[in-house]
Design a binder for this molecule. Structure first.
Ligand code: PMV
Length: 317
């Protein structure tokens, strides 16, 4: 979403862009290696306000990132990402003020939401933009943080709802065949996505045949999950998420904390549960029904995890 307010002469003086965070129902890490992933957009994310300025500066909470004479290798990562985004859009200097209403670095797609919101605001301010500009600019931003981002986070931030994503073909909206309730717990601080993606790539180099089997299995379960989401079969989706988590454990991206939070959700009646995002810490998600939602949230709150429910409503037919 983007909006603008007019200054003298009709040119917009400022513009606002918004974008949502996400959870990955299936396919994190495998998506970097060509498998499909399924993402669910959250109801909250990032908001960025931009205005024309002689010097580009990004304010993120209490932090300030001026571009000054450029954003060379020594500049903070947020400044380099900001410079990459402005360059990808061909945008002139802007002062940007960003706020996040999801935690950063927890696997909920905060940096992608910021990139999409910033790109939307800049495009609305300049009044220009070709199809695909937002996605390209947000990915340029995201790659500065993550190195080799698959693009699933920025696609989810841009489209919201439930999406199917591959690196080769981008995002497709999925029909949701009922009320999909996903509870999310922030279990522990997240690890760097770049570091986790590199650790998984190291596994591929060490054991290529075994790695290829994991990717093939995750690809198959993503295809199955796609049909299951369209049919609204949440117990089956839970089983597929459980299977995906076992692959993520084998790939070395789960932690005892994430495994414990997941086990607690299953004991409290969730259909299935898994880590979401890059892992090494961060969040666990569980698919629940109306009956088990409250018990899973209660168990997680009892362990001190901040948690909430993300809901997808049925696609009208
Ligand atoms: O940055 P996170 O935690 O939202 O994870 C992104 C998903 C990965 O598959 C691990 C990386 C990617 O680029 O797809």
């Amino acid at each position: 979403m983007a909006s603008k307010s007019r200054g003298a002469g009709g040119a917009p003086a400022s513009a606002v862009g918004e974008a949502c965070g996400k959870v990955l129902l299936v396919g994190e890490h495998a998506v970097v290696h060509g498998a499909p992933a399924i993402a669910l957009g959250l109801g909250s994310g990032a908001r960025v306000e931009v205005s024309r300025s002689d010097e580009s500066v990004l304010e993120l909470g209490a932090e300030r990132y001026p571009l000054g004479s450029g954003a060379g290798d020594a500049a903070p990562v947020a400044a380099r990402a900001f410079a990459a985004l402005l360059e990808a859009l061909g945008a002139s200097s802007v002062a940007a003020r960003a706020t996040l209403d999801i935690p950063a670095g927890a696997g909920l797609g905060a940096s992608a939401a910021l990139g999409v919101a910033l790109a939307r605001a800049c495009a609305a301010l300049s009044g220009s933009g070709e199809p695909g500009d937002i996605a390209r600019a947000a990915l340029a931003w995201e790659n500065v943080f993550h190195g080799d981002a698959s693009g699933v986070d920025t696609a989810a931030a841009e489209h919201g709802g439930c999406i199917w994503f591959t690196r080769q073909e981008g995002a497709t909206k999925l029909d949701v065949g009922g009320v999909l309730r996903v509870v999310v717990a922030q279990v522990e601080p997240g690890a760097s996505t770049r570091r986790m993606v590199e650790a998984v790539a190291a596994q591929q180099r060490a054991e290529p045949a075994l790695f290829a089997e994991h990717i093939a299995d995750i690809t198959a379960l993503a295809h199955e999950a796609r049909g299951v989401i369209t049919a609204g079969d949440w117990p089956k989706l839970g089983q597929l998420m459980n299977a995906n988590h076992v692959h993520l454990q084998a790939l070395g991206v789960s932690t005892p904390g994430l495994d414990g939070a997941r086990a607690a959700a299953l004991l409290a009646g969730a259909f299935g549960a898994k880590l979401t995002g890059a892992g090494g810490g961060g969040c666990v998600i569980a698919v629940v029904d109306e009956g088990s939602e409250a018990s899973v949230l209660e168990v997680w709150r009892g362990r001190g995890f901040p948690c909430f429910t993300a809901t997808a409503t049925p696609t009208p037919r």
